[in-house]
Design a protein around this ligand. Structure first.
Ligand SMILES: Nc1ncnc2c1ncn2[C@@H]1O[C@H](COP(=O)(O)OP(=O)(O)O)[C@@H](O)[C@H]1O
Ligand SMILES: [Mg+2]
Length: 593
């Protein structure tokens, strides 16, 4: 996929520079934490340096001043160190939490702008994992890793300077072995980054499977999908464990190996630095010797952290790649500039062809919609019938530009819909579809959703009444203030559908799309709703898809679709007379009568 290529060409440095851009607004806190790091690093070096006067001054020279000064200096160093490390921890966390918040805000805004095909391709679990897990990982990189890198590098440099000051020959020896250590670290980096990428994907898989099972638990139960889901989960879970272990193995082997090399180095230094060693490379006093050894020993901790921090750092880069991949994804195309205040609702499909991005499908079956031409007058009710999969839903999905046509064009009131601003276009269309979407909020807020927020309770009531929903709503304990639960779980399918219809009634837009809007209703409620819908259809252009043919007999025009083509159009009577596709469908449904 193009998205992957894009991600891979962004190298780690570019990604960090971009992340740093998010830190920019908080540069003051960031600078404070950097100052804290400098303080902490200098106290480390200060401590190593203090060893020299401590031993030479107190034990060797027995100077009474040193007896007081050295302990005081020790306390001073640790007070400074405490202040420094607090400001590092606090400021870093402050910056990181802000960056997390900003990233999430930006990602969410991006989610609202992504085109429908992106959602078709990416399971919701994956997207949610990006928002939660990936962002946290990035925060770890942008705080802990930076702390370690800056503070420990400074400590490292400071200690090395002190060592050079004490004895440059020994320090040079130390430096020649150093690069070997860093080469090892570079290798480990690469490996961990590779594994992290796979780890990332496996976490997405786990969320994805778990989420589907949780959300579809009823289907799983009734169709005995337990074994299938279990094996799917097991596989994802197992893969995740393996990837995690690979990270652990890489880390667990790299650390001791690096340390062993360092220990050998230390051994050599001790041997060479001891007084009486060859070439007189030894240091000139007990204090200097101990201070040198202390500095070497103190180098190990930052060195070790610098090697292990790579796991976090690399994971952060992988997380950031995934986040930026989402942020950089093209938003819904909106080249339209027309902003229409009012429309008549005349719709025209002109030689429209369309297929989903799914290439295999395209090759096997050709376009999902092929050369559709259809004219709908303002205020007309047009019904679409045809077998499932014949392209009815696709046909009406093109109108609010959930997808863009491949060839041909669709016009509303003579304007190509591509030339109309998306928000303007969609403001004139109401939609009730097969799968009802309700939000975990009150009934009133679900009816007066989005642009209709602020509608008066009277209007909401009127809409509910017209949708034959008022009766059941008023019977609920809190009436319009009743929470509907996640996805409206507290309501029956028919009740949910009536709320969706009420929402569409309240929107009162010139174009109405009903995609099997009454499929979840029993025949009796459907009869009522039918009356309500007919009222609703009166002064607007309505595209209705219904599998119960009785509900569409009064439509101004019936369009019969098959395999992405229009095979018949006409009124009920005309089509029945013709004895074609429609009559055949009709006879199957009403054959007995
Ligand atoms: N989001 C999608 N991505 C890829 N293919 C799709 C998508 N939605 C529908 N299709 C395919 O397009 C064809 C038409 O589907 P649809 O318009 O939903 O039919 P209908 O509403 O008439 O039952 C079907 O073959 C279906 O498999
Ligand atoms: Mg459909």
């Amino acid at each position: 996929m193009a998205e992957n290529n894009l991600e891979q060409t962004m190298n780690g440095k570019a990604i960090y520079m971009r992340l740093l851009g998010y830190v920019k607004p908080y540069w003051k806190a960031f600078a404070l934490s950097l100052i804290g790091m400098v303080i902490v690093a200098s106290t480390e070096v200060g401590f190593a340096a203090l060893i020299k006067p401590m031993l030479d001054g107190t034990f060797v020279d027995r100077d009474p001043d040193y007896k007081i000064l050295v302990p005081l200096a020790l306390i001073g160093i640790f007070i400074l160190r405490g202040i420094g490390s607090f400001s590092v921890a606090y400021c870093m966390a402050w910056v990181a939490r802000h960056v997390i918040k900003d990233l999430r805000t930006e990602m969410f805004a991006q989610l609202l702008k992504l085109p429908t095909p992106y959602y078709d391709r990416n399971p919701s679990g994956k997207l949610i994992a990006k928002m939660l897990y990936d962002v946290e990982m990035v925060s770890e990189a942008s705080s802990r890793a930076i702390t370690v890198i800056v503070q420990d590098s400074l400590t490292l440099i400071g200690l090395l300077c002190w060592m050079f000051y004490l004895n440059w020959q020994l320090s040079l020896l130390f430096l020649t072995v150093g690069p070997i250590l860093s080469l090892m670290v570079v290798y480990v980096n690469k490996r961990i980054r590779q594994i992290s990428r796979r780890l990332q994907a496996s976490v997405g898989d786990i969320t994805h499977v778990a989420q589907e099972t949780v959300e579809g638990q009823r289907v799983v139960k009734i169709f005995g999908g337990e074994e299938y889901e279990n094996s799917r989960f097991l596989e994802a879970n197992q893969k995740n464990r393996q990837q995690n272990m690979k990270v652990v193995v890489t880390q667990a082997t790299s650390v001791p190996v690096v340390q062993l090399v360092a220990a050998v180095l230390l051994a050599c230094i001790i041997y060479l630095a001891s007084p009486g060693s060859t070439d007189g490379a030894g240091v000139n006093s007990v204090g200097a010797f101990m201070s040198f050894i202390t500095a070497v020993l103190m180098l190990f901790a930052p060195l070790k952290r610098l090697t292990t921090v790579n796991a976090v750092l690399q994971r952060g880069i992988v997380g950031a790649e995934s986040i930026f991949g989402l942020l950089d994804h093209e938003s819904e195309r909106d080249k339209g500039t027309l902003s229409l205040k009012k429309i008549q609702g005349q719709i025209c499909y002109e030689d429209v062809s369309f297929s989903y991005d799914d290439l295999t499908y395209k090759e096997e079956k050709g376009d999902v919609l092929a050369n559709i031409t259809l004219e709908i007058n303002a205020g007309e009710t047009v019904a679409f019938v045809g077998r499932s999969g014949s392209g009815k839903t696709t046909m009406v999905s093109l109108l609010p530009r959930f997808y863009s046509v491949d060839r041909g064009c669709i016009k509303i009131d003579g304007h190509d819909i591509e030339s109309i601003k998306l928000t303007s276009l969609r403001s004139h269309i109401a939609l009730v579809s097969q799968d009802i979407t309700l939000f975990n909020d009150t009934i009133a807020h679900n009816i007066a959703y989005g642009g209709m927020v602020g509608a008066s309770l009277e209007d909401i009531k009127a809409a509910a009444k017209a949708a034959f929903a008022l009766e059941f709503i008023e019977a609920l304990p809190n009436g319009f203030d009743t929470m509907v639960g996640e996805k409206g779980m507290m309501l029956s399918g028919g009740q949910r559908q009536r709320l969706a219809i009420a929402r569409a009634i309240l929107k009162d837009s010139p174009i109405l799309i009903l995609d099997e809007a009454t499929s979840a209703l029993d025949s009796e409620s459907e009869k009522y709703i039918q009356a309500a819908l007919e009222m609703l259809m009166k002064n607007r252009t309505t595209l209705v898809i219904a599998h119960r043919l009785s509900t569409i007999e009064s439509a101004d025009k019936i369009v019969v679709m098959d395999e992405g083509k229009i095979v018949e159009t006409g009124t009920h009577e005309a089509l029945m007379e013709k004895q074609g596709h429609y009559a055949a469908l009709h006879n199957i449904q009403f054959g007995e009568e």
